[in-house]
Write a protein that binds this ligand. Structure first.
Ligand code: IDP
Ligand code: MG
Length: 139
């Protein structure tokens, strides 16, 4: 059975460009409820930990530098089948491949600076939410 929560970040490119309000509006319009929301900034070591699964990839150092370069907005979102529905809403990792109307198609500049994060599984949604929010915050 699929879960009803996912985790997202509005990444430094989209925050810096002033797209936070428009992106949150997209989430809400598409039926996602905001369960937790936080403006914060990752330190280099936070970004390394968050993206540890990608530590062997050639883009890792650049990704960590980018993700710690400025403010981000972290959120826990609720909808049925949240992980899959949210990944459909944000579109492909590379905005050049993302479908019309998706968040990355609308707001992302490049495969690295791709505006938003979305969890890839229910298990990771829980882990990633816990990275930014305590259990209490999610209720
Ligand atoms: P996802 O965010 O769509 O789940 P992942 O493969 O998990 O994509 O990659 C995590 C993040 O790493 C991406 O969102 C993007 O910011 C960055 N990234 C992924 N692939 C590349 C690449 O080929 N070059 C540069 N950055 C990349
Ligand atoms: Mg991913």
């Amino acid at each position: 059975m699929s879960g009803n929560t996912t985790f997202t970040m509005i990444k430094p490119d989209a925050f810096e460009a002033g797209f936070t309000g428009a992106i949150l509006q997209k989430f809400i319009e598409n039926g996602f409820k905001i369960k937790a929301l936080k403006l914060t900034q990752l330190r280099k070591e936070d970004a390394e930990a968050f993206y540890a699964v990608h530590s062997e990839r050639p883009f890792f150092n650049s990704l960590v530098a980018f993700m710690s370069s400025g403010p981000i907005v972290a959120a826990v979102l609720e909808k049925e089948n949240a992980v899959d529905n949210f990944r459909k809403l944000i579109g492909s990792t590379n905005p050049a491949d993302a479908a019309e109307g998706t968040v990355r198609k609308l707001f992302a500049a490049s495969i690295e600076r791709n505006a938003v994060h979305g969890s890839d599984s229910d298990e990771n949604a829980v882990i990633e939410s816990g990275f930014f929010f305590t259990h209490f915050d999610r209720h």
